[in-house]
Design a protein around this ligand. Structure first.
Ligand SMILES: Nc1ncnc2c1ncn2[C@@H]1O[C@H](COP(=O)(O)OP(=O)(O)OP(=O)(O)O)[C@@H](O)[C@H]1O
Length: 253
């Protein structure tokens, strides 16, 4: 059984059909790519999967449960979370605090339950801080821990965005163009960290325009064009697909 099953999803913006009966699956512990022309509907699909945009029709099933109408924060609590094309860090806060805020959001109810015990709150905060330090070390962000997030490079912001996601202890992450605006050296590092996360058991679905990098790390790809999935399979098979080649620059890739 798939970890995440998206079936026959349709989504409209006014009269425009951005997603037209889209189906896609991510298996437990799988690393999957999603490519497509500009405006194909990839980000919209992420938004429907994670609850930011309602599905017009179709279903989203996560870990065997129908979550089509479940709100964003409950999907996050179940372990399904996404990044955005443009990172959403708090630019005037430090890297460390950005990560702590993400962790506290997730732990909000638990912290509220501890309201009568200062000692218990301090212990919980220390536990979260320890987890933040672990994640920063994993992402090579430890040395910028006290920097303001707004001062980070594009690549470091993408790493921070992934760090904030990891504080949610997800089972499946949807990464929207993690390599966009990132210099080649940091792309290598990002690729390496994404593969390592996946090895540790987190399922990953990645939207990416950088086909060379994506094809290097994912065993399986989907391709979208004009609101539909037009191909899926190994990167070689998808990139050789005639429909995909026609969708991209009239067959030039
Ligand atoms: N909030 C919105 N209101 C109206 N139209 C929208 C909205 N969001 C997206 N669209 C339209 O839906 C279509 C799909 O957009 P989407 O951002 O999902 O594409 P994409 O495949 O992620 O594109 P890109 O690779 O360029 O980021 C586009 O035509 C876009 O203009």
């Amino acid at each position: 059984m798939a970890l995440l099953s998206i079936t026959d999803i349709t989504a409209r913006f006014g009269g425009f059909r951005a997603l037209d009966s889209v189906s896609l699956e991510v298996g437990d512990g799988e690393l999957v790519g999603l490519i497509g022309t500009n405006g194909a509907g990839k980000s919209t699909l992420f938004s429907v999967a994670t609850g930011y945009i309602p599905a017009g029709s179709g279903s989203v099933v996560f870990q065997g449960e129908d979550i089509t109408n479940v709100p964003v924060h409950q999907r996050v609590r179940r372990g399904l979370a996404r990044t955005f094309q443009v990172p959403r860090e708090f630019s005037h806060m430090t890297v460390f605090d950005n990560m702590m805020v993400a962790a506290r959001d997730q732990r909000g109810e638990k912290l509220a339950a501890l309201v009568f015990s200062r000692h218990a709150i301090r212990q919980e905060e220390e536990r979260l801080a320890e987890r933040v330090r672990e994640v920063m070390a994993f992402l090579n962000l430890a040395r910028v821990s006290d920097e303001l997030a707004g001062k980070l490079s594009g690549g470091q912001k993408k790493l921070l965005e992934i760090g904030r996601l990891l504080m949610l202890e997800p089972k499946c992450i949807l990464l929207d163009e993690p390599f966009a605006g990132v210099n080649p050296v940091l792309i290598e590092q990002l690729c390496d960290r994404i593969v390592e996360l996946n090895k540790r058991g987190i399922a990953v679905l990645i939207i990416e325009h950088n086909l060379a990098e994506l094809a290097r790390i994912v065993p399986r790809l989907y391709a979208m064009d004009r609101g539909r999935v037009i191909a899926s399979g190994t990167p070689d098979a998808v990139l050789a697909d005639q429909g995909v080649r026609e969708a991209y620059m009239g067959g030039v890739i």
